[in-house]
Every structure is written in C-alpha cells, then in structure tokens.
Design a protein around this ligand. Structure first.
Ligand code: FAD
Length: 382
C-alpha cells in the first residue's frame, strides 16, 4: 500500500497528521520538508523578544519526536522538485516517491521588492524557524533595525524588536500601519502606540536600495531620497502562496492552489490546505482557517469525505503597544466604516448597505468587544 504523502511540516501539515492519527493509527504517512522539520508555532516568530524565546526555545518537538508520537516517517531537508499526478508520484532530487493520496501544505514565500545596492543579499526575512535562528544570531549585540513593510508582520516585529531594546525604523509606502486591514483611525492608533515605544515611521516612500555604508552600517535608500542607517534590514513586505509546483504539475491555481470545500485540488487524490491553498476563493493565511481545514481533511483522508467550513475568523495582531483584533469583511463587500475613537481605543464597524455587520477593526480597550461582535458576523464560508 502506497503511503499518504504530505509535503510540508508547518502548522498545516503537522495538524493534518495530528487530526488524522486520532482517526487512523496505521495507514503509512510520509512527511517531506525542505526545512529541518522542527515543530513550532509560526506566530511566535514575531513575539520572540516579548516572550524571551530563542529559536531553540520555540521548538516544540524535533522531527524524531513527531515521527515517534504520530507513527509517521518525517524526511527533512528534502526539496520536492515536482509532482506527477498521472503516475501519483512525488519527484525528489534523485529519486521519487509514490503516493496513495498527496497533501500539499507548502505554505507561502516571502516577497521582497526588487531592491538595488550591494547589500541586498543581507536583507533578512523571517518566515520559518531556521530564518528566525539566523536573524537572532545576526542581531545579537546590534542596536538599530530598519523594517520594510508596515503590515501585520512588519508591525508585529516593530513592537517585538522595540521590546527587545532595538531602535526600529519602519518604511511603509501606503502611508500608515496595517493599511490593508484597518481603516485610518485604527491605523493611527496603532501608529501612536508604536511611536510611544520609540518606532520611527517613514510613511510614503518606497525602499529602493540597500548599500553598505562607510560606518559599517547598512544604508536603506528611499524613493524620496532619504537614507536610513541601521545595523540590520528586515523585509516584511508580504507573503505569496507557494503555487509553482502545483502549477507546473498542471493543477489549477489562482492566487493559491485552487481547491473545493473538500480541499480537493483539480487533480485526483491531491489535496491542499494552509497558506498555499485558495479554498473556494478564500486565501486566508492564518492559523484558525488551517486548523479547521486540517480537521476536515483528516476525516476525508480517513474515508469520510468532509467539507471545511469557516466560521467567523478574527485575527489578533500581536502589537501589545496597541492591541488590535480585526475581522476583515469578505473581499469585494460594499459598505461603509462606522468609527468611534477615543485616544488609542477605536471601534470601527464595517456595515453593508443593508446595515448588517460584515467586519470590524478594534484597537486598545475596544478589543474587549470582540466576542460580542463575533456573534453578529456571518460565517466566512458556512
Ligand atoms: P508553513 O509553516 O510555511 O509550512 C510550509 C512547509 O512546506 C514547510 O515545512 C516547508 O519546508 C515546506 N515546503 C515548501 N515547499 C517545499 C518543497 N518544494 N519541498 C519540500 N518542502 C516544502 N497567523 C495567525 O493566525 N495569527 C498570528 O498571530 C500570526 N502571526 C504570524 C507571524 C509571522 C511572523 C508569520 C510569518 C506568520 C504569522 N501568521 C499568523 C500566519 C501563520 O503563521 C501561517 O498562516 C501558518 O503558520 C502557515 O502554516 P503552513 O503550514 O501553511 O505553512
């Protein structure tokens, strides 16, 4: 009997195995990962200084421990080169592996804009535990950091690194914090909270180049001509679902690997979940949706075809300088923000034309309203 093969040992791959083993203890499973396979919670990467955690502290289980606990064959440092859906085969650099069912839990790639300069190769991005270990080693004994991007990851790192005693400068071309998630008043509250911690913002210009400066520092050149000196540069511009492997194998893709509610891709016996997947049009690169997906997929793999449903999916942003919870309205929703602000406490409710609540953004003390508002919101994907 060919094994179930899962590519990816992040939260999506790991939780699929964990849920599946509650239902089926015996079916052979092989997990393949390009990284070192250590089990960790990715959201902790941008809270490491606040929680005083090194990369080793964040490792919750070694691959050996996962193998033993869940009766799986975990193969680390294996970069899967492709898939042959006709032969039901995963292509490895020097070999291949046949599967009965294949799960793509490939995650998302960091995206850095096309920067110029002789220090571009030294710009960090932190998207897994191995990146985090390298980043922590590189900033040891350093004082100043430039962060490119003021979205969720950029703002969380700005808060966390400030808590760690670093002087942070943050560049965000869209002119405010979390511009794609929050209305203006809420962005301003987050900006003020971070500023009070000492974060300096450069709103408006784009980063164009990163050079080595004369003083041994890195110099980030912005499109308005200004130059920011710092010891380290961290890119937190954005993430893109990893779709290339699926696309090359002929699977349907859009922003993510397309699946139906049963997490089935367009190829027989191939499933996708987590950051790489677009489930019935939803690309939701967060933990709650992937946990719901892992539970549904485990049942399907165990012989009980099950659709995933997404209830209300709030996202808590880890900026303790100004707490934020946001529940974005479905993409393309028509409506208006109703905003009440009192200092850094902002309650912003997004209502549709009929007055129904479709989304919210809460900052400061208003985050307490989350549970009450969740009850009013429609499910993301019933
Ligand atoms: P990943 O964890 O990226 O795993 C992908 C796996 O695929 C890896 O094992 C990788 O090695 C493997 N892989 C990829 N390509 C190949 C290949 N060709 N061959 C072999 N293996 C391959 N979400 C929240 O809900 N709340 C938060 O507070 C939050 N904070 C975050 C903070 C940061 C800094 C980041 C980066 C993300 C945060 N997120 C948060 C998002 C959340 O962490 C992700 O949605 C989730 O971890 C994605 O898990 P995944 O398993 O889909 O992908």
């Amino acid at each position: 009997m060919q094994p179930i093969v899962i590519i990816g040992t992040g939260l999506a791959g790991f939780n699929t195995v964990k849920e599946f083993r509650k239902l089926d203890k015996e079916t052979p499973i092989v997990m393949l990962t390009a990284d070192d396979g250590r089990n960790y919670s990715k959201p902790m990467l941008s809270a490491g200084f606040t929680k005083e955690k090194t990369a080793d502290d964040l490792c919750m289980a070694t691959p050996e421990k996962v193998s033993e606990q869940f009766n799986v064959d975990v193969r680390t440092g294996v970069h899967v080169a492709g898939i042959d859906p006709q032969k039901k085969r995963v292509l490895l650099p020097d070999d291949h592996l046949d599967y009965s069912k294949l799960v793509l839990a490939l995650g998302a790639d960091t995206w850095t804009p096309p920067l110029e300069g002789d220090a571009v190769g030294e710009v960090f991005s932190v998207n897994d535990l191995m990146d985090y270990a390298k980043f922590r080693a590189a900033i040891e004994g350093k004082k100043t950091i430039t962060i490119l991007g003021g979205g969720l990851i950029g703002c969380e790192f700005a808060n966390d690194l400030s808590n760690g005693g670093f002087q942070v400068q943050l560049v965000e071309p869209m002119g405010r914090c979390l511009p794609l998630l929050l209305p203006e008043a809420a962005s301003e509250a987050v900006g003020r909270g971070l500023q009070e911690l000492g974060v300096q913002f450069h709103f408006g210009p784009l980063a164009k180049a990163v050079h080595h400066g004369d003083s041994g520092k890195l110099v980030t050149e912005l499109s308005d001509g200004s130059k920011l000196e710092s010891d380290v540069v961290l890119s937190a511009i954005g993430l893109r679902p990893r779709i290339d492997m699926a696309k090359e194998a002929g699977l349907s893709t859009n922003r993510g690997i397309l699946t139906d509610k049963g997490l089935r891709t367009s190829a027989e016996d191939i499933f996708a979940l987590g950051d790489c997947a677009e489930v019935e049009g939803h690309v939701l690169p967060y933990v709650l949706p992937l946990m719901a997906s892992a539970r549904a997929l485990a049942k399907t793999l165990a012989g009980e075809p099950t659709d995933v449903s997404y209830g209300v999916m709030p996202v808590t942003i880890k900026t303790p300088a100004c707490p934020v919870v946001v529940c974005p309205a479905p993409a393309g929703s028509e409506g208006d923000w109703e905003v009440e602000a009192d200092g850094n406490t902002v309650q912003a409710l997004f209502r549709g034309k009929d007055g129904n609540l479709l989304g919210y953004a809460l900052t400061g003390d208003a985050v307490k309203e989350k549970m009450k508002l969740n009850k009013e919101l429609p499910a993301v994907m019933p």
